[in-house]
Design a protein around this ligand. Structure first.
Ligand code: NAD
Length: 293
């Protein structure tokens, strides 16, 4: 029997995810905090509901892509209250490893499977079914529940990291690396400005030399065109770096670069960049470094 799929959170990532599920399986039922996104997807053929109870009662598999732990925890708890044995929750949001473990344990008490499956690759990665997905489960578990057809609808590279929470752990490490590097990229561009190296020369040389990095290339057009429509909102970077910092605090580990990077994004938030793309931090760093005449 065809399994029914529901989806929660129709943002930059969730909307194209739900859209892909709709195209591939001919059906998706959606719920979002702001109704307009649901209405948009309804025009493409999705069915919509106005509460989580109905979504959970009507579907076998639920996907979610919510901003962070503050939204995920109450939503999943409500799903579990209304769920039944055998249902599956695929959580594509980035949250803390500890919360993923705790939600999975609560789910298990009801015979429900909760998997942390954070992703990398942005909205374009979803649309091209090219995401990298970091799965807090073994390949065996995922295949036993026949989830690969769903994951292949949005992703291309699948990392099975074993136990629950491990998908989130590696995702947070990845984002720490990417977003701390983006601060270095901003400081490098500010140096180029000060030394009279124009932007095109900077990118031409560095993207073909040892200073190159994935986020430099990935955000190059946005930076050059000053197009700070998200993409990946800067507020979400602060959330991810705070998750990484909390992990280090729990481990009583120092984290110098992480903390410095986090302060730059906080500063950018205070300059009004929270809802803009993460790469707007580069503009803030360049502006801060402009010499007063
Ligand atoms: P977003 O802010 O664009 O979307 C979140 C959506 O969730 C919005 O539509 C919002 O209305 C909805 N929402 C919020 N609270 C809700 C609730 N309680 N119930 C129902 N709907 C609710 O965020 P996004 O960029 O799509 O990111 C989603 C997740 O994916 C985050 O955890 C983020 O860290 C992660 N992520 C994002 C990217 C990216 O490039 N944007 C890449 C990888 C991972």
């Amino acid at each position: 029997m065809e399994r029914r799929i529901g989806f929660i959170g129709l943002g930059n990532m969730g909307y194209p995810m739900a859209e892909n599920f709709l195209k591939k399986f001919g059906q998706v039922m959606v719920y979002n905090r702001s109704q307009q996104k649901c209405l948009d997807l309804q025009k493409e053929g999705a069915s919509i509901v106005s509460n989580l109870k109905e979504l959970m009662e009507s579907n076998d598999i639920i996907g979610l892509s919510l901003p962070g732990p503050k939204q995920v925890e109450p939503v999943v708890e409500e799903l579990l209250e209304n769920g039944k044995e055998g249902q599956i929750i695929m959580d594509f949001s980035t949250i803390s490893p500890a919360l993923a473990v705790s939600l999975s344990n609560k789910a298990q008490e009801k015979g429900i499977h909760y998997y942390d499956m954070p992703v990398s690759g942005g909205p374009a990665g979803v649309r091209n079914a090219a995401l990298s997905i970091m799965i807090g489960a073994t390949k065996d578990e995922i295949e036993k529940n026949d989830l690969m057809p769903y994951l292949e609808t949005i992703g291309k590279t699948f990392h099975f990291i074993g136990g629950r929470g491990n998908g989130q752990a590696i995702k947070i490490i990845n984002n720490y690396m990417a977003f701390a590097t983006q601060v270095i990229n901003g400081e490098a561009l500010a140096m180029a400005d000060a030394l009279g190296i124009d932007e095109d020369t900077f990118y031409n040389v560095v993207t073909t030399s040892s200073g190159n990095n994935m986020i430099l290339k990935g955000k190059m057009n946005k930076v050059k065109e000053k197009d700070y429509q998200p993409g990946f909102a800067l507020d979400l970077v602060v959330k991810d770096l705070e998750l990484a910092r909390d992990c280090c605090n729990n481990l009583q580990m120092p984290n110098f670069t992480l903390n410095t990077g986090l302060q730059m994004y906080r500063l950018a938030q205070r300059k009004g960049c929270g809802a803009l793309d993460s790469s707007s931090v580069i503009q803030v760093i360049r502006d801060l470094n402009k010499k007063d005449e």
